[in-house]
Design a binder for this molecule. Structure first.
Ligand SMILES: Cc1ncc(C[n+]2csc(CCOP(=O)(O)OP(=O)(O)O)c2C)c(N)n1
Ligand SMILES: [Mg+2]
Length: 397
């Protein structure tokens, strides 16, 4: 796959180094050299933080002009640089869960223009897509919790064909709570061969996490991964913890340690959502995704012009709650898109339940609840790639 000439690259590196020295023009210096990750791998380790800074800058340039996922990408920037530096992509496969955090990956795999040129921004989508990059994007993804299960397919195929490449699933803590992620872990452990599940733990889904898993992740964080109790080990995984999940050198060292492992392995990294952009770290939930904004101030550029339909729906539900004490609203991992921000969630109290990403169960609950004389109202987002549509159902007893 490496279709570049090493000598040519060295020469370009050399010229750029000279330019950097003579003009002190550092901005995008490295990114101009990196059209493929193989070129990233020509750099020295001590140059990687600067690459990460440039990637972050490119991501911010795109999202501030075009809108998109902010916090997830900024938090995953160092890990993505380190993965492409250590793993031999595209022979080694990386599958990004949801793929809403795959912007740094796109920057490093030939799609820089979509981040730095205003006229080219529509050439890049917000998710991984083989139509955009058949070699580096393994699947068209948009739903949470699918990466590990997808990787088990790659894992099986590789083993049957007698190949030896690494398979990496990159999954956030929120997405890890979805049922399909558990199925993926279960299957990967049974297959028993190389698969590296990078758990990108930033202590957040879009909103706060819900589920017993999160006490466990907290325990693992508090003990620096040393707790006797370990869900991943119990399933049959090797397990490694890295507290400095935004330290590119520490990430490189960790990924080197697990590269080519013959065993199912979890690398649990603790990262900061929004890392490197103060507005996004100060207020993580609204900065999960943003419409275009002023980079200096973080203010949205266009705040007027009509009302977002799901917010209206959320308000109607809250209004009805005032007169119907049995009304209970259930959302599934995207409460803010229904107008249920932190304040609204507090007002609704027990009568709002965010089930997070396990999505089968909430469809069962209302049936049970009807027997219990509650009036469930299930609000869900139908899809996640474009503007979400909503449907809702209110059943009174
Ligand atoms: C099935 C499904 N439900 C909901 C969503 C909306 N969604 C996109 S990202 C996300 C949260 C992901 O949290 P996490 O995996 O921790 O990633 P982070 O953004 O924190 O990096 C949700 C709920 C989705 N894409 N798919
Ligand atoms: Mg998260």
């Amino acid at each position: 796959m490496a279709d570049f000439a090493p000598f040519h690259l060295l020469f370009r590196n050399f010229v750029c180094l000279l330019l950097a020295i003579h003009t002190k023009r550092e901005l995008k210096m490295y990114l101009e050299l990196i059209d493929q990750p193989a070129q990233l791998r020509q750099l020295q380790e001590n140059q990687l933080q600067e690459v990460a800074n440039e990637v972050r800058e490119a991501v911010l340039f795109r999202v501030s002009h075009h809108g998109g996922h902010v916090g997830p990408n900024l938090g995953a920037t160092e890990a993505t640089v380190a993965m492409h530096y250590v793993f031999n992509t595209p022979e080694d496969k990386i599958v990004f869960d949801v793929s809403h955090q795959s912007y740094p990956h796109k920057v490093l795999t030939g799609r820089l223009k979509g981040f730095t040129n205003l006229d080219d921004m529509n050439s890049v989508s917000g998710y991984s897509s083989p139509l955009e990059s058949p070699v580096y994007d393994n699947f068209e993804i948009g739903h949470t919790s699918t990466s590990i299960a997808l990787c088990t397919g790659l894992q099986k195929a590789r083993d049957i064909l007698g190949q030896t490449h690494n398979i990496v699933a990159f999954i956030g803590d929120g997405s890890l709570g979805g049922g399909e992620a558990f199925e993926g872990l279960n299957t990967a452990a049974a297959i028993g061969t190389n698969i590296i599940v990078v758990v990108n733990d930033n202590e957040m889904s879009i909103a706060e996490n819900h589920g017993g898993l999160y006490q466990h992740l907290a325990l693992l964080r508090q003990t620096q991964g040393q707790s006797e109790q370990n869900f991943f080990k119990a399933l049959g995984f090797d397990y490694h913890y890295l507290e400095q999940g935004n330290d590119v050198m520490a990430l490189v060292e960790m990924f080197r340690k697990v590269k080519d492992t013959p065993r199912p392995t979890v690398v649990h990294i603790h990262t900061e959502k929004g890392h490197g952009y103060a507005p996004a770290t100060a207020n993580k939930e609204p900065w999960h995704y943003s419409a275009p904004f002023d980079l200096e101030t973080g203010q949205l550029l266009n705040t007027g012009g009509g009302e977002y339909a799901p917010y209206m729906l959320g308000r109607v539900i809250m209004e009805e709650m005032k007169t119907d004490p049995k009304l209970v609203a259930i959302s599934a991992g995207v409460p803010m898109a229904l107008g249920f921000g932190p304040n609204e969630r507090q007002v609704m109290g027990l009568r709002h339940i965010d089930v997070a990403l396990p999505k089968k169960k909430p469809w069962l609950w209302p049936r049970e609840w009807l027997k219990g004389a509650l009036a469930p109202c299930l609000v869900r987002l139908l899809h996640f790639c474009n503007a979400p549509t909503t449907s809702w159902r209110k059943t009174s007893v």
